[in-house]
Design a protein around this ligand. Structure first.
Ligand SMILES: Nc1ncnc2c1ncn2[C@@H]1O[C@H](COP(=O)(O)OP(=O)(O)OP(=O)(O)O)[C@@H](O)[C@H]1O
Length: 882
């Protein structure tokens, strides 16, 4: 068929119209998003107005429940007047409640919302209570428990939390028991019998969600207690764990719906400090509670001062800064430094000790006895600082913590709120400081990549840190769906304190440059890691590429800020590449990148600009770009560079010999122990050598490709250059793990607070770092649980043994090994959700729980999958050894 020139024109126009339509769609999506944000804000303001106009609004809870009506459920279920009645003390139980508050709990008065919550639950209402960290949520089920007939069932995610609470209740003569993996048979028997005994000696029973999911005996006893009217209440602590959208999702919380289905008349009380309305809606469904009353106290902890500091890329400098802050501002005062990994916990603690600060590490892989000692000593004020991973979080209730410093940003705003919420629980002023660094974003990114909304949440946290013009509290308020009055901060955040310490810059040209760099790299079959993108834009990298792109005169800090901004706003996105051992991150164009093609699209960004130097740098760069604009999109080899850029370009040119076409992936590798630098260096050198031999040929090919590109011709069948990480950054990662903070027993502080990593427990089986080779690639699936790290390699190791394998078998084994490594990593990753759980013997038992969270083919059971994994591995093994 003849497709003449006419058709070509039509096709060209069609392409252009389609491209324009794409742009319009993006703009519509943008506007729709803006519309929904504004509508939400409008509704919130309307609610605020309505509340303000309500003459009968009681003073008792108004200050703290400003957004309680955001749970529209309240209003539909109960009128405001009726709701206010629950702030009163004219119920049949009121006297009892008052008396126990003073006599049992030794408290003089209620904090805002406590009495309302207690009255509501005692009246049999289902209730979700969202109250800030440290405000006294526990009292809202503990006090009703002692005022009610029968037993209150409390679901808690952590054994440590459970132990702490039971110990505390015992200390005030309130009888409470717990059932967990370490309970003896006899104890379990007594507890189960007590459930149906009207004269039972305990008022509260603490269990983990897993216990509910697994113990049929417990469920049957609860059923009997229910029928005998002896199950008075169900409290689900940290209720946000039900929802995948919550920041600490636990699969077994999903099964708790059985409670309301089996015991519909028992009032349920869900408690959390961090849940957005969508998370609560999700929890409502999961727990099968219909139209619960939602009481929401303001998230605002007025005594906490929030601050973000830019982290120096030189670790030494940031440690110095932290140390001097602690020594100058918090002399002899208690605090926490949160870090990213186990290794960081040990090294930062050691660095602080070197600077005469009494700091001890705390992380999930420490001996439980050591953890318990550190916790205890810190609580007693004998240790000034705990340098901790997230393992030291929920349930840490020390009143006089004056500072919480984040050496690395948290993985979400919810996490940050929880972690920083350990500060100032005595209502006195305390500081929450985050050190925010470019490379940390990508370290965390590799950690949260497996989580369903991990990336989005991380970017919101990054946005919080990057922000220079909005009150930090207002960002949290929007995040927690709260109506925010700007006066509410009272200059208790760095932004409100240093108002006007920023300038608005038009970064449209900068953004176009970044997009162009990625496009050029992609045309050269190159993938750029975040670090390489920064360097490329600043004029480093292969000369061939430099000739094709526009470099910048912005400072490194500004370059990083712009790239992060583009990532947060969707002009860039991360691209993950997985190997059995590592996760690589590369930067790609995001869904909004095409908008930059339109000349009318502009992009501005607020930047901190303390020095005029950096300010003028930005302006100079913008001016330079404007003059260049239109002159070229791709600079030809003969073009003479101008101004500052010329200096940079020639400086880089001088270094050209040293710059190779390399890749610098950010790597998360939690499968291998830290490698000696020498070994790493050797591996890199080997890879470099391999690359060197290819580079010349490759450069020739690139030249041709570029020529083709300019001529708008696509060379058919061009081979992609294999990506060979030359510079591998080995990151030691502790996945967001919560674990058992041991019980106090009065022991000494560990003699060697900072343990060397000699016997570090890896989070996944240890493996050689090299790429698996066919001849040594027998699937050495460990005979231990996936969490164990001493995998024994039974693969043939000598050349003679290897030679008996056919090439196809070797290749297949190699694939299989990769597959299992990846599966084991995933299983292991998910297993961390279960660290607080009873360890059960047997491989199947060990991986069953994590497997629940994996997506299995329909009609395939978990046991079948587990068994088939093992059968396939052993089958392959036999094949190899034959
Ligand atoms: N009405 C009150 N008056 C004084 N102190 C109180 C009152 N209610 C609770 N507290 C104290 O506040 C502290 C924090 O209480 P609790 O552990 O219940 O907080 P929380 O809301 O569960 O916090 P988090 O979510 O951070 O665990 C406890 O030490 C508790 O004794």
């Amino acid at each position: 068929m003849d497709c003449g020139g006419g058709n070509n024109d039509v096709q060209a126009e069609l392409d252009s119209v389609e491209a324009e339509l794409d742009l319009v769609e993006l703009q519509i999506a943008d506007l729709l998003q803006k519309q929904s944000e504004l509508t939400a804000r409008k509704n919130a303001l309307l609610c605020q107005l309505e509340e303000a106009c309500d003459a009968a609004h009681p003073s008792a809870s108004s200050s703290s429940s400003s957004s309680s009506s955001k749970a529209s459920g309240d209003v539909s279920v109960m009128s405001k007047q009726e709701m206010q009645r629950y702030d009163g003390a004219d119920f049949e139980w009121s006297k009892d409640v008052e008396q126990h508050l003073k006599d049992s709990f030794h408290l003089s008065k209620f904090r805002p919302l406590q009495l309302r919550a207690i009255n509501l639950t005692l009246a049999g209402r289902d209730l979700f209570l969202v109250m800030p960290t440290g405000r006294g949520k526990s009292l809202c089920y503990q006090l009703p428990a002692v005022c009610s007939k029968g037993v209150t069932l409390v679901i808690t995610p952590l054994l440590s939390l459970m132990e702490d609470q039971v110990m505390f209740l015992k200390s005030i003569d309130v009888s409470a028991v717990m059932l967990n993996s370490s309970s003896s048979k006899e104890h379990a028997k007594t507890v189960l019998a007590g459930l149906t005994d009207p004269k039972a000696s305990f008022k509260l029973l603490y269990v983990t969600p897993e216990k509910i999911a697994k113990s049929k005996l417990l469920m049957s006893r609860l059923e009997k207690a229910y029928n005998a009217n002896l199950l008075s209440r169900i409290a689900v602590d940290e209720v946000h764990c039900c929802s995948q959208w919550g920041h600490d999702f636990r699969p077994d919380y999903k099964l708790l719906g059985i409670l309301k289905r089996q015991f519909p008349k028992v009032p349920l009380l869900g408690l959390t400090a961090t849940a957005t309305s969508s998370v609560l809606k999700d929890c409502e469904k999961i727990l099968c509670v219909s139209q619960p009353i939602v009481l929401t106290a303001s998230f605002n902890r007025t005594n906490l001062h929030y601050e973000v500091r830019i982290k120096d890329s030189d670790n030494e400098a940031s440690i110095n800064d932290i140390a001097s802050t602690i020594k100058n501002r918090y002399k002899d005062q208690s605090g926490i430094v949160y870090v990213f990994s186990q290794k960081d916990a040990e090294s930062v603690a050691s660095e602080l000790q070197n600077r005469d600060i009494l700091a001890y590490p705390y992380h999930a892989h420490m001996d439980p006895v050591d953890k318990s000692r550190v916790h205890r000593k810190w609580t007693a004020g004998k240790i000034q600082v705990v340098v901790a991973t997230v393992a030291f979080g929920m349930g840490i209730d020390k009143s006089n913590v004056r500072f919480v410093i984040h050496h690395t940003i948290s993985k979400s705003i919810e996490n940050y709120y929880q972690e920083s919420g350990r500060a100032g629980r005595d209502d006195r002023p305390a500081d929450c400081i985050v050190y925010y660094g470019f490379s940390d974003i990508f370290r965390i990114s590799t950690m949260v990549v497996m989580e369903s909304v991990g990336q989005q949440k991380l970017l919101l946290m990054v946005d919080y840190c990057q922000n220079v013009d909005r009150c930090r509290r207002s960002i949290m308020a929007v995040h927690f769906d709260e109506v925010w009055d700007n006066k509410g901060c009272n200059q208790m955040c760095d932004v409100c304190r240093n108002q006007k310490d920023f300038s608005t810059m038009d970064i449209t040209q900068h953004a176009r440059q970044v997009v162009q760099i990625i496009e050029v790299a992609s045309s050269m079959d190159e993938k750029l890691t975040p670090l390489k993108l920064v360097e490329a834009w600043m004029g480093k990298g292969p000369a061939k590429r430099r000739k094709l792109i526009e470099t910048t005169t912005l400072s490194r800090q500004q370059v990083e800020a712009v790239i992060v901004y583009l990532l947060v706003k969707g002009y860039l996105k991360e691209d993950f590449s997985f190997t059995p051992y590592t996760t690589y991150i590369y930067m790609k164009l995001g869904h909004k990148a095409p908008l930059l093609k339109s000349q009318t699209h502009t992009l501005s960004m607020k930047m901190k600009m303390k020095t005029t130097e950096s300010g003028s740098a930005v302006k100079a760069a913008i001016a330079k770009n404007k003059t260049k604009e239109g002159k070229r999109s791709v600079q030809s080899a003969g073009d003479a560079p101008v101004g500052q850029a010329a200096k940079e370009t020639s400086a880089v040119k001088a270094n050209e010999e040293e710059v190779d076409i390399t890749f610098d992936p950010v790597v998360m590798d939690n499968s291998c122990p830290p490698q000696p630098k020498q070994k790493l260096f050797k591996e890199q050198r080997n890879l470099s050598r391999k690359q060197d031999s290819e580079t010349d040929k490759w450069a020739e090919r690139i030249k041709k490709q570029l020529a083709d590109r300019h001529g708008e011709e696509e060379e058919e069948g061009k081979k992609k250059r294999p990506i060979m990480p030359q510079h591998v950054v080995h990151v030691d990662v502790e996945i967001n793990t919560v674990d058992n903070v041991g019980v106090c027993d009065g022991e000494e502080t560990p003699a060697h607070p900072v343990k060397p990593c000699s016997k570090r427990k890896s989070t996944t089986p240890q493996r050689a770092r090299r790429k698996p080779r066919a001849h040594a690639a027998a699937p050495d699936v460990p005979s231990q649980s996936p969490g164990c790290d001493t995998a024994t390699n039974t693969a043939p190791s000598s050349p003679s043994q290897a030679s008996i394998m056919s090439e196809t078998a070797a290749e297949e084994l190699c694939h299989l090994r990769n597959y299992y490594s990846k599966q084991l990593r995933r299983i292991n990753y998910i297993s961390h959700e279960y660290l607080g759980q009873p360890a059960q013997p047997g491989v199947l038992a060990c991986i069953r729980e994590p497997l629940r969270s994996l997506r299995l083919p329909s009609r395939v059971t978990i046991s079948q999958t587990a068994r088939s994994l093992w059968t396939r591995v052993s089958g392959r093994r036999k094949l190899v050894h034959r």
